[in-house]
Design a binder for this molecule. Structure first.
Ligand code: KIV
Ligand code: ZN
Length: 512
């Protein structure tokens, strides 16, 4: 049976970034984009250029860095939005503009305050504006899942005539259920004249936990592009998880009759990179990328797998990249091997100075930890990769005391704008004491929203990766720290978040 190509459109950098607290810097977006390209994603939606200068610059940077995937920018159906998207994508090897306008009665009446005729007119104009920049134009009727079928047919027919090549059907609020959503795609394809000239795409949200099921039902009814995100990141409950879509289609090719061009062995490394940059840890029982996804606990299952793997396994862990977690470097590795491996991982440190600093940290880590994995390298270069940001706060030294029956305390020295300051504090535990000592010096008035520790690889000598999320004046930032000592990693993560806040607030708006 010949299989159709299913286009994988990744929107981790756009819809994924809309998860509260998941905002990414330009450098972080480029790092993730390079990994998505390496995984052979067809299309990378890099952001929403009209939203802010930062978004514009991120899309531009991704467009310049990526050669083997199409880079897409989102635009409302407004001339300025489309123009900003076109400009941000000017240097892309292959560019797509994705324009959208809402089509459900509630959105048209209450949000847009436009009549259905005005919405069609605006959609047609937006597609024509976009075609000035690229032939590759995608149109989305936002909230299609709650839109009227006749109206959807009219607007989609009009945008095809205006030059749209991909029609994306979003279930914006995650309201649809699989049978109904699949039927919607079937009916649209059946009723819209010239529907065979375009690709039908779907974009499902997970409010009822049905994003993947709805997307797959659409594929069974002729959709040939799925919009999805790594780890299912995204607005509210998230989007359809890329890894689940790709592996469902691959494992059940008999049902879906499609293939993707994804290199599945990159799935776990990309998942880890996204989790580490956004601070959104993957739940252990998450399909494909959760740490337990291939772990067999029950004796009956273990016995079966040992006798014949397929008794309880429908996919192989190594096929999705679990074995890609290989030891790459050790304490005797040289600077050149280190640099080559970074390049292979898509990590591009801006300056020689940054490579030297990362290499020094690598040597220090290799002394404490025998095996250095790819994930360690990603964590290790995190600081250097954000070299563009001002590092106002730096950890100089930390001493903590934690003893049964005693109150934990921390003695901390840090530098603020290059000037050393020290403080002591007690706390409920060594991490609490460390944060209190830090705040005695900084007095940031930021609110701690999240503190989480994950081991980057396995074993008691593994690096602990700490995420600290702080909020202040409506801005939320994540800070990351990685160290074999989790208290030091915690202090580094807290300082990283403070530096993030400084760059977002004080530097941009000195009055806050
Ligand atoms: O969920 C949604 O409707 C969107 C559109 C912009 C496609 O993200
Ligand atoms: Zn969305």
């Amino acid at each position: 049976m010949s299989h159709d190509h299913l286009i994988i459109f990744d929107t981790t950098l756009r819809d994924g970034e809309q998860s509260p607290g998941a905002s990414m810097t330009r450098e972080e977006k480029v790092r993730i984009a390079r990994q998505l390209e390496r995984m052979r994603v067809d299309i990378i939606e890099a952001g929403f250029p009209a939203a802010s200068n930062g978004d514009f610059e991120s899309v531009q940077a991704v467009a310049r860095a990526i050669k083997n995937s199409t880079v897409c920018g989102l635009a409302r159906a407004l001339e300025r939005d489309v123009q900003r998207a076109g400009e941000a994508l000017a240097d892309a090897s292959s560019a797509r503009i994705h324009t959208f306008i809402a089509t459900s009665p509630i959105h048209m009446e209450k949000k847009l305050r436009m009549s259905p005729e005005q919405v069609i007119e605006q959609a047609v104009k937006a597609v024509k504006w976009a075609r000035r920049y690229t032939d590759d134009v995608e149109f989305s009727p936002e909230d299609a899942g709650r839109s009227d079928l006749d109206f959807l047919c009219r607007i989609l027919e009009a945008v095809i005539a205006a030059g749209a090549r991909t029609l994306n059907i979003p279930d914006t609020v995650g309201y649809s259920v699989p049978g109904q959503f699949g039927e919607l795609i079937y009916r649209l394809r059946e009723r819209i004249p010239n529907s065979e000239q375009v690709v039908f795409s779907v974009h499902c949200h997970n409010d009822l936990g049905l994003a993947v099921a709805n997307s797959l039902s659409a594929v069974q009814n002729g959709a040939r592009q799925v919009e999805c995100t790594v780890n299912g990141l995204g607005e509210r409950a998230g989007n359809a998880a890329l890894e689940e879509i790709v592996m469902a289609v691959r494992t059940r090719a008999d049902v879906f009759g499609c293939t993707t061009r994804i290199d599945a062995t990159q799935i776990v490394p990309v998942s880890r990179l996204v989790a580490s940059i956004t601070g959104f840890a993957v739940q252990p029982n998450k399909a494909i990328v959760g740490i337990n996804a291939f772990a067999h606990e029950s004796g009956i299952h273990q016995d079966g797998v040992l006798k014949h793997r397929e008794t309880y396994e429908i996919m192989r862990a190594e096929d999705v990249g679990w074995s890609a977690n290989k030891m790459v470097l050790g304490k005797h590795s040289g600077r050149n091997a280190f640099r080559v491996r970074l390049t292979e991982l898509g990590i591009d440190l801006a300056t020689e100075e940054a490579v030297n600093a990362a290499f020094a940290r690598f040597k220090y880590l290799a002394d404490k930890k025998h095996e250095i994995f790819d994930e360690d390298l990603h964590a290790l270069v995190g600081e250097e990769a954000s070299a563009g940001a001002v590092q106002v706060y730096k950890l100089v030294s930390l001493k903590v005391c934690s003893e049964t029956g005693e109150v934990p305390y921390a003695q901390l020295v840090m530098s603020v704008h290059g000037v050393e300051a020290s403080a002591n504090a007690t706390g409920g535990g060594p991490v609490d004491a460390t944060f209190k000592a830090l705040e005695k010096i900084v007095n940031s008035q930021a609110e701690l929203q999240l503190y989480s520790v994950n081991n980057i690889t396995t074993g008691t000598d593994a690096q602990g990766e700490v995420t600290v999320r702080l909020s202040k004046a409506g801005r939320i930032v994540n800070g990351l720290g990685a160290n074999t000592d989790i208290v030091v990693a915690s202090a580094e993560a807290y300082l990283d978040a403070l530096n993030g806040l400084y760059n977002k607030l004080e530097r941009a708006h000195p009055q806050i």
